[in-house]
Design a protein. Structure first.
Length: 277
């Protein structure tokens, strides 16, 4: 394959090979997100390495996983086998794939963590945010279950996906956007233990912050408390001032317009009717 277009959260990214003599195949998880839409982001893939001697302004360091640098007005995401040099608006750039030197087949260029970091940056520029959460479309109503690791997101997805007229969009990462005066939740390719990832979306009606309890308990959460809880569960562009400013404002607007609750739950099917009620 020489070109692939994927749509995640109504953002279409085109990945095209620039050099001849090698190819890539998409990961299975990305196939349902393939798209014919006009691209919002244009990325080309080249052989070889991006010269790190040019990278002097380190903006963020995630240890051995990835780093972000500033370079003459551009952003460079770097990990052990590839780098992505992006223009300041994140709408175009070049992927330098270190693993294809002298090889015919290349690893799919949009892989963890650079794919997620790219989308977080794009969302932070006026589009929305990504939340560590399980997203459910229940008869067309969007329900967001946010929480840290081991809070029950995958458990919740497994319970809901057995229901009629219900779809689990993702059990780990959900995109939230405001479109036509409504907030929407979108599935992403990045799943958790339940391996749930759908391209679908749903209008968001309620947000639940998860915790494990001995009985099913629900209580309303006010906007101030909800903002802090949501920020803890969100993927924030710490390295980008404009992105951070937008994301924090977006969080505040979201919890002012969508009811938020704390949900303590027992991991069985009874919690579904409890939430619906």
């Amino acid at each position: 394959m020489e070109q692939l277009k994927i749509t995640v959260g109504d953002i279409t990214i085109s990945v095209r090979l620039h050099d001849s003599g090698f190819r890539f195949e998409p990961n299975d998880v990305y196939r349902p997100f393939s798209s014919d839409n006009d691209p919002d982001v244009l990325l080309r893939v080249c052989r070889g390495r991006f010269s790190k001697r040019r990278l002097k302004e380190k903006l963020f360091d995630a240890g051995t996983t990835w780093s972000m640098f500033g370079e003459n007005g551009r952003y460079v995401l770097d990990n052990s086998y590839q780098s992505i040099a992006l223009e300041s608006d994140f709408k175009s750039g070049t992927i330098y794939n270190k693993a294809v030197i002298g090889e015919q087949a290349a690893p799919f260029p949009l892989t963890y963590p650079l794919d997620e970091i790219l989308v977080v940056n794009l969302l932070g520029r006026g589009r929305g945010m990504m939340v560590h959460s399980c997203g459910i479309s229940d008869k067309g109503r969007g329900l967001l279950f946010a929480g840290s690791s081991q809070s029950g997101k995958s458990t919740m997805a497994n319970l809901w996906k057995k229901e009629k007229d219900t779809a689990a969009l993702s059990d780990d990462r959900i995109i939230v956007r405001k479109m036509k005066k409504k907030f929407w939740i979108y599935g992403t390719p990045w799943h958790g233990d339940a391996k749930v990832c759908l391209k679908e979306k749903a209008p968001l009606e309620k947000i639940f912050f998860l915790k494990h309890t001995k009985n099913n308990i629900i209580k309303k959460v006010g906007p101030a408390d909800a903002v802090s809880r949501l920020i803890i569960c969100s993927f924030l562009p710490f390295w980008d001032k404009k992105g951070m400013e937008f994301t924090l404002k977006f969080c505040a607007e979201l919890v002012e317009n969508v009811p938020c609750y704390e949900l303590g739950f027992v991991p069985d099917e009874h919690v579904l009717d409890f939430v619906r009620g």
